[in-house]
Design a protein around this ligand. Structure first.
Ligand code: PLP
Length: 395
């Protein structure tokens, strides 16, 4: 039987990270490769209580189909959590923020549409956009965010882009935080360019010393779609996210959502709405911040200790889950990976995160799932792999 695939199916790619993760499943490997939150942060007891209460008090409704917009109580809770005035009618509960990316892509991208992204950017967004066959263009940046001169140049270099996709807070993969000054200037530039912004913010609550500056959406609500998630503050297994859309776009996003899955699981929504009562996140999230900060510090200390003289450069993320590093000139992170895995440590090479010109020297290290002892051992192993690299190249 000869199946003929649609063009959009040809545009779909396997996630490079999944391929890397397969490598890390070998016993004894210390993995800095994954993008998973630490399971130690999952509030299992709170969910056990809420699960029982929802079934006891509301079981038949919780197990029934429900509205595509989401549970009214949860939509109110989400609106109240956000740091700018949001009408609950603008909140669409999604099946993870990954679904938000898919819905946005479906309603905004035609084949050949120009889509701008930070370079590097979140691989899962590139995967969500790819089936709509956009022309994706990367905008380079520095430690503070996208470079606005480059943005103006790229935006004006062809047909009006349909959107600019941004991660202002503790970006995946770089861990970078967009500064207040850059946010102001970016919103100004987006206004001038009439450029729609998609603001993806799964990591914003995971700050270590100070909360991040106000979201772009707070400054330009009519020109932004905001994506949020419960994955990093409660649990990714629930698949619960949300988007905040301007009133003019909301009906189309809702129709796309209905076509995709009718609604996000009613039961999960009720459980989370129950868990969130009485300010649960205000008590729970500080523990995640403290844990991740200690883990980041352990990784920074290990890098200082082990990498002296090896020419590796790295940043100091102020929140989130990832640290971004750059190998010395002449080295390629994809080629380093097998040497690292042989020595019992794994990371994700940075190249696939780049939409534009790829930098083979970059790599992403997650500091949240390994223990502090494993971080120390894993970074020492990584240093051994880096030392072995030139020898192997010369052989
Ligand atoms: C930047 C970014 N956006 C979206 C997602 C998807 O998250 P969710 O679990 O809410 O679908 C992730 C997951 O790692 C992410 O890193």
């Amino acid at each position: 039987m000869a199946w003929t695939l649609a063009r959009r199916a040809h545009a779909m790619n396997p996630s490079v990270i999944r391929e890397v993760l397969k490598l890390t499943e070998r016993p004894g490997i210390i993995s800095f490769a994954g993008g998973l939150p630490s399971p130690k942060t999952f509030p299992v007891d709170a969910f056990a209580e809420s699960c029982a209460r929802v079934l006891r008090e509301d079981g038949q409704v919780a197990l029934q189909y429900s509205a595509s917009e989401g549970l009214p109580l949860l939509r109110e809770q989400v609106a109240a959590m956000l740091p700018w005035p949001v009408d609950p009618a603008q909140v669409l509960i999604t099946t993870g923020s990954q679904q938000g990316l898919d819905l946005v892509a479906k309603i905004l991208i035609d084949p050949g549409s120009r889509v701008l992204v930070e370079d590097p950017t979140y691989l899962g967004a590139l995967q969500a956009f790819a089936p709509m066959e956009p022309q994706v263009e990367g905008v380079p940046g520095d430690d503070e965010g996208v470079d606005l001169q480059a943005l103006r140049r790229v935006a004006r270099a062809g047909a009006a882009p349909r959107m600019l996709y941004l991660l202002p807070n503790f970006q995946n993969p770089t861990g970078r935080l967009m500064s207040e000054a850059r946010r102001q200037a970016l919103v100004q530039a987006a206004q001038e360019l009439d450029l729609p912004l998609i603001e993806d913010n799964p990591y914003g609550e995971l700050w270590f010393d100070a909360p991040p500056p106000a979201p772009l959406s707070a400054r330009r609500p009519e020109g932004c779609i905001y994506l949020g998630s419960f994955s990093k503050v409660l649990s990714p297994g629930l698949r619960l996210g949300y988007l905040i859309a301007p009133a003019a776009l909301y009906p189309k996003l809702l129709q796309a959502k209905q076509a995709a899955d009718l609604h996000t699981p009613s039961f999960n929504q009720r459980m989370v709405a129950d868990v969130l009562r009485d300010g649960f996140l205000d008590r729970h999230v500080p523990g995640i911040r403290a844990l991740y900060k200690a883990q980041r510090d352990a990784m920074l200390a290990a890098l200082e200790r082990e990498m002296t003289g090896l020419g590796l450069e790295w940043n100091r993320p102020a929140g989130g889950m990832f640290l971004w590093a750059r190998l010395p000139r002449g080295m390629d992170a994809t080629e380093l990976l097998p040497l690292a895995v042989e020595r019992g440590v794994a990371f994700v090479p940075g190249a696939p995160f780049h939409a534009g010109e790829s930098d083979p020297r970059t790599l992403r290290l997650s500091f949240v799932t390994a223990t502090r002892e494993q971080i120390a051992t894993g970074i020492a192993r990584l240093a051994q792999a880096i030392r072995a690299y030139p020898l192997r190249q010369a052989a």
